[in-house]
Design a protein around this ligand. Structure first.
Ligand code: SF4
Length: 339
């Protein structure tokens, strides 16, 4: 079987139709939210957009406050003039993805785990994305290239966990995902399938019964790591999707990126942790921003991050305080910034 083998289906799912009608320009985003159009935006954001296009689903848009240019969800996706300015220390591959490549599509950074970059597609474009410049065009395309990626995993018997990443791996159709999972199940030394995805947050309709069945039926233990940065993201159909995942017995963890003007205060992070815990999701990581070019305006100083963790520790039960970490290229694990 091939991961890339065409899967013919007459059915277009609701999530695929929603993705097809997503907002794809800053101008449209502003119009939908009834935001003023400033001169600086009109002159500068087209350059940022051509480098990394706007993409926002209707579901996510519905959770933004109309008329509020400081909405914390909007700030994650609206292009800014500053994205086009070079900043010292900010680069295309801040986490050393390319030096960790075993073979195209397979990255290995840490013992026992390997990461499969399944697709370059996402349902949203987060302006701070550490893979915004990843060379997705070099990913395996043909069946033979995918077999080579799977062979690399097969040949390393120390790997017990595969992380499906991207882009967003849940943008693969059920057929392609099933095909991939079936092939991974045939590798005897694999025990776990971790899925890094933002779709339960930004395209909750993707969490279909078919998807849940697929994961439940696998011999591999599924673990889903979602990505929410603000409690306002955990509303409406997003909550339903997470509850469906949890009811299916799939453990759900969350990772957050510490982002300036979005979640860089203790009240906001506390509310996020409590909202996650109350849903049944463990707050797993708080990431220091990966210094990807175009994202400097999101950076929060480490010292401030440490103070925030201290405040959270004083306010919350220990299990609700995420680990504050940074990914440093070449290290054998994520680096803890504060205990
Ligand atoms: S969903 Fe993840 S991979 Fe996609 S743009 Fe956002 S941060 Fe990047």
């Amino acid at each position: 079987m091939s991961v890339q083998a065409p899967v013919h289906s007459r059915t277009t799912h609701h999530w695929q139709r929603e993705l097809a009608t997503a907002v794809r320009s800053g101008m449209e985003l502003r119009r939908r939210l009834r935001l003023p159009h400033s001169d600086s935006d009109s002159s500068a954001t087209p350059a940022a957009e051509s480098d990394f296009p706007v993409l926002v689903t209707e579901s996510y848009l519905q959770r933004m406050r109309p008329g509020d240019p400081q909405d914390p969800l909007l700030l994650q996706v609206l292009p800014q003039h500053s994205e086009t300015q070079q900043q010292p220390g900010f680069r295309a591959d801040p986490v050393g993805d390319l030096q960790a490549e075993l073979t195209p599509g397979v990255l290995q950074k840490y013992h026992g785990r390997a990461l499969l970059v399944t697709t370059g597609a996402c349902a949203i474009h987060c302006r701070y994305c550490f893979r915004r410049s990843f060379p997705y065009a070099d990913l395996p395309v043909s069946a033979e290239q995918w077999q080579q990626a799977l062979r690399a995993i097969q040949e390393d018997t120390t790997i017990s966990e595969i992380i499906l990443s991207g882009g967003d791996p849940l943008l693969l159709t059920d057929g392609r995902l099933r095909n991939l999972v079936t092939q991974l199940e045939q590798i005897p030394h694999l025990d776990r399938l971790r899925i890094h995805t933002r779709l339960p947050i930004v395209l909750p309709s993707r969490i279909t019964t078919e998807l849940l069945d697929l994961l439940q039926q696998s011999r591999l233990q599924s673990i889903m790591v979602i990505h929410a940065n603000h409690a306002a993201e955990l509303a409406g159909d997003c909550r339903d999707a997470i509850q469906r995942l949890l009811r299916s017995g799939i453990p759900v963890l969350n990772q957050t990126v510490l982002l300036r003007h979005i979640n860089d205060d203790a009240d906001t992070l506390e509310q996020l942790s409590l909202s996650l815990i109350n849903l049944g999701v463990m707050p797993y990581y708080l990431h220091q921003l990966d210094r990807v070019h175009g994202a400097a305006h999101f950076e929060v100083p480490e010292q401030q991050g440490r103070q925030l963790i201290e405040e959270l520790t004083a306010r919350l039960p220990g299990y609700a305080v995420p680990r504050y970490v940074q990914e440093i290229p070449g290290e054998t694990s994520k680096t803890r910034i504060s205990p």
